[in-house]
Ligand binder design. Sequence first.
Ligand code: G3P
Length: 245
Amino acid sequence: MSTKIFAHRGASNYAPENTMAAFQMAERMQADGIETDVQLTKDQVPVLIHDESINRTTNKRGLVRNLTYEQLQQLDAGSWFHRDYAGESIISLDYFLSWIKQTSLLLNVELKTNKFPYPGIEEIVLQRLQEHHMTDRTTISSFNPDSIRRTAVLDSAIDTGFLTSKRPKQLFSLMEEIGAKAMHPKFRLLNKKLLVECQQRNIPIRVYTVNQPVYILKALEAACDTIISDVPDRALDLRKSYITS
Ligand code: G3P
């Protein structure tokens, strides 16, 4: 099985992150899957946005958790990237699932609970995935070990990935304790030692966010399970030439 290529927040180098434009572009590029971020609105609607605040990627200011879904829908989530994307909006997880379930794409939902815990987010997201029959092709990841633990307790069958940008001493025992099935490390953590340790434990490695050819090739060479990239087209091309070379 060759390394899978996931589009990070959609094809986010080419279209505004976490919008339908970026997701549809990833599908056209024939990425294997999409990685996206979930936060909860004031009225508990799971929406796709990376930051806790709307400041960077919309035309207004404020925190997602202080705004209702209806308020978020009024925002322009595309112009910050390029005026051609002025019509893009923040979408709900529900809307996104209605679209992705009709494709053959895999999905990685990151629960953005590392700054605000969003109590109940694990149940809410799992429920939406079940309603759309997407649990079999979805991985739930998080930097917050409590979110992974809660997800694994709620649904022991769903795939889970522990996100980490550091290499703490107790990484593997922590992963075991919280029930994480895969490791999602920052690409700079990828080295022989980590590879061997994961291989010995049969833990898939999914590296983020890998954009430069030299690092994409390194992850392909290491036979990582997945590469999460803002430039899925580049990673797919490199994978093609890597396989045929
Ligand atoms: O899930 C991979 C990657 O998105 C994790 O980092 O900061 O982009 O959420 P970040």
